[in-house]
Design a protein around this ligand. Structure first.
Ligand code: BG6
Ligand code: MG
Length: 220
């Protein structure tokens, strides 16, 4: 196909953002500072290590390297506890229908996620086998907003970046897609994701013919 799609995972395909938030919030509580949903927006799409740095900045807390390593492990253990209970019910509305549409159109899609738990999560919700390729937090050295994850995704799709459409719920992810010279689609609050080329509140709102214009003309 002449176009391809790259999906972010957390907050686009599955509602894991709430579990990340729970785990980080518990950490902030234990360190005795406020951590709001607005703060949490800054952590979306960002790697685990970088998330902790941002969180500690918010709380104006300084910790030793060793303590930070311990926290990263315990945060992930708590997060995995939530993940292990996930099932197909937690696929976000519209996601499966969108994958079906792409299958029907013969458009390939890969995952482009910052998460090191991406494979596990996709397996939990039964979508792992559907992706043409997976690029996750284990495959990249530079986290979003660096475009690396999406550029590797384009290679997997065997397409030029300008032929790729990225679905993202995070500010850092939209920035990464734009830097990669891809078409960026923001899923979530339009004001938050104002840098995106297209905006939808959820995958449900994507019109049936959204991809046809890309298939009939060269994009970007
Ligand atoms: C991103 C999430 O997809 O993955 C971030 O939006 C998260 O919130 C990041 O920090 C890393 O995830 P994990 O599963 O490797 O801790
Ligand atoms: Mg996300």
């Amino acid at each position: 196909s002449k176009i391809g799609v790259i999906f972010d995972l957390d907050g686009v395909i599955v509602d894991t953002a709430k579990y990340h938030y729970l785990a980080w919030k518990n950490l902030a509580d234990s360190l005795d500072f406020e951590f709001t949903e607005a703060h949490n927006e800054l952590l979306k799409g960002v790697s685990r290590v970088r998330s902790l740095e941002i969180l500690l900045d918010i709380g104006k807390v300084q910790l030793s390297e060793q303590k930070k390593q311990e926290i990263l492990i315990s945060k992930n253990e708590e997060y995995l506890g939530y993940i292990m209970k996930m099932n197909t019910d937690e696929i976000l509305p519209g996601a499966e229908k969108l994958l079906n549409t792409l299958d029907d159109l013969g458009v390939n899609y890969v995952l482009g996620s910052a998460s090191k738990n991406a494979e596990l999560i996709l397996k939990q919700v039964g979508l792992y086998h559907r992706f043409f390729g997976i690029v996750d937090g284990n495959a990249v050295s530079k986290a979003k907003p660096d475009p690396e994850v999406f550029l590797i995704g384009a290679k997997k799709l065997n397409l030029l970046p300008e032929s790729c459409i990225v679905f993202e719920d995070a500010i850092a992810g939209i920035e990464a897609a734009n830097k990669a010279n891809m078409t960026s689609v923001g899923i979530g609050d339009k004001e938050t994701l104002k840098e995106a080329d297209f905006n939808f509140n959820s995958l449900i709102e994507i019109p049936e013919d959204f991809f046809s214009r890309f298939l009939s003309e060269k994009i970007k």
